[in-house]
Design a protein. Structure first.
Length: 365
C-alpha cells in the first residue's frame, strides 16, 4: 500500500512537472542586437541568487551578473534589472539567450548565424520557456524601411522561437526602439510603429518603450537607462504574465485623435492613465497630404491632450506621438511608466472624453 501511494504521488509529481514545463513563466529567453547585448559600463545590478543565467560554454546555470554569458557583451544591459524586479514577487527567474550587436533581423533567419546561435540554446535549456524578450531593430532603420516587411519578419521569427521552445503560448516582450541621435537613421519612426502594430495584433505579446531613457551614445542606453527600462519591463511582466493586478502598467497609450470642425485643434486621448505628466508639444506632429505639421501648444487634461497645430490640417491625416528619430518622449503616467511611440488616424466627430480606457498590451489599437 505504501509503495502504491508512493507511485501515485510520484506520478502526480511527474504530471505536474510536465504541465509546468509546457509553459514556464519563470524561464525566459533573451535575444536581439547591441542593446539586447548591453552596452553600458559596468557594474550592473548586484547579483541575486534568485536570478540565474544559462552559460552555453559550461552548460550550467550560474547566478546572473553582467556581463551575461552568451549575450555578446562586456557591459551591462536591461535583463538582470528586469529579472530582479520580478523575482521578489514572482519567485526565482532563469534566463538564457543569444544576442549579437549591429545585426538586422535577417541575421536570425534559418541557417544564419543568429539562428545558429539562438536555437540550439533554446533546445538545450529553454524548453517550455514562457517569456521571450526581444530588443532589436536599429539595423533595420535605414531610409526607405518597410514597416510591413518588418512586421512579417517579427511574425516569422517569433513563430520559430515559440516552436523551438515547444510553447505556442509563449509571451513575447517587444522592446520598442529608443532614441537615435546619429544622422541617417530615418527609419526609426517606421520601425517603432511596425513593432507596435505587431504587438497590437498578437494577444500573446506586450510592448515596452525604450524611449525617454538616458543614452550612453548615439543609440545605446546608459547604465541608468537600462535599469529604468528593466524596471518597467519587470512591471509589465508582473502585471501581464504573473497576474499581479496591483502593479501599475502599461503607461499612457495614444488611442484616439479627433479634430475640431475648424481643423485648428485636435484632442488626443491616452489609454491606461489616470493623470498624465510630462506633456510636451514637441513630441507631437501630424502628417497630412501637404506634409508635416508640428504642434505649437499641448494642453494636458487627465487622459487627454489638446493640441494646436501650426497650420490648418488637411484630412486624411495621422497623429504621431514621439515624432522624429530622437524625440524627448517625456510623457508618463502617475506610476512613471512611459508612453510608447504611436501613429493613429485623425478622425472627426465628438472629442474623446477625459476618462481612463484600457490598452492592456501596451500597444493600443
Amino acid at each position: 500500500m505504501h509503495r502504491l501511494r508512493y507511485l501515485l504521488c510520484l506520478t502526480s509529481v511527474l504530471i505536474s512537472v510536465k504541465a509546468n514545463a509546457d509553459d514556464n513563466p519563470q524561464l525566459w529567453i533573451l535575444s536581439g542586437q547591441s542593446n539586447a547585448c548591453g552596452r553600458a559600463k559596468l557594474p550592473g545590478p548586484a547579483p541575486d541568487e534568485r536570478v540565474t543565467m544559462f552559460d552555453p560554454k559550461t552548460g550550467e546555470f550560474v547566478v546572473a551578473q553582467d556581463p551575461l554569458p552568451g549575450m555578446g557583451t562586456t557591459g551591462t544591459g536591461p535583463w538582470v534589472a528586469t529579472a530582479q524586479a520580478v523575482a521578489p514577487l514572482a519567485g526565482d527567474i532563469t534566463m538564457l539567450g543569444y544576442a549579437n550587436g549591429g545585426k538586422p533581423i535577417s541575421f536570425w533567419h534559418p541557417g544564419k548565424p543568429g539562428y545558429v546561435g539562438l536555437m540550439p540554446c533554446i533546445k538545450r535549456a529553454g524548453q517550455g520557456a514562457g517569456v521571450f524578450l526581444w530588443y532589436q531593430g536599429e539595423n533595420n532603420s535605414a531610409p526607405g524601411t518597410s514597416g510591413a516587411q518588418y512586421v512579417k519578419e517579427l511574425q516569422e521569427h517569433f513563430a520559430r522561437v515559440r516552436k523551438a521552445a515547444d510553447n505556442p503560448e509563449m509571451l513575447v516582450v517587444v522592446v520598442q526602439l529608443g532614441p537615435a541621435t546619429k544622422p541617417g537613421n530615418s527609419g526609426f519612426m517606421t520601425l517603432r510603429e511596425a513593432q507596435r502594430q505587431y504587438v497590437a495584433d498578437d494577444p500573446r505579446a506586450i510592448l515596452v518603450p525604450a524611449l525617454g531613457r538616458t543614452l550612453k551614445d548615439t543609440v545605446h542606453l546608459d547604465n541608468a537607462g537600462y535599469r529604468e527600462l528593466g524596471g518597467e519591463i519587470g512591471r509589465a511582466l508582473l502585471r501581464h504574465r504573473f497576474g499581479k493586478t496591483d502593479i501599475a502598467w502599461p503607461g499612457p497609450v495614444l488611442d484616439a485623435a479627433v479634430i475640431a470642425e475648424d481643423r485648428k485643434s485636435i484632442v488626443a486621448h491616452f489609454a491606461e492613465v489616470e493623470e498624465l505628466a510630462g506633456c510636451d508639444a514637441a513630441d507631437f506632429a501630424l502628417i497630412d497630404e501637404e506634409g508635416t505639421v508640428r504642434c505649437t501648444m499641448a494642453t494636458p487634461g487627465k487622459t487627454t491632450v489638446t493640441l494646436i497645430p501650426e497650420r490648418v490640417v488637411r484630412l486624411p491625416a495621422r497623429l504621431i506621438y514621439a515624432f522624429g528619430q530622437n524625440p524627448k518622449a517625456s510623457l508618463v503616467d502617475e506610476a512613471g511608466n512611459r508612453a510608447p511611440a504611436v501613429q493613429i488616424p485623425v478622425t472627426t466627430g465628438e472629442a474623446p472624453e477625459d476618462v481612463p480606457t484600457a490598452a492592456a498590451n501596451g500597444a493600443g489599437k
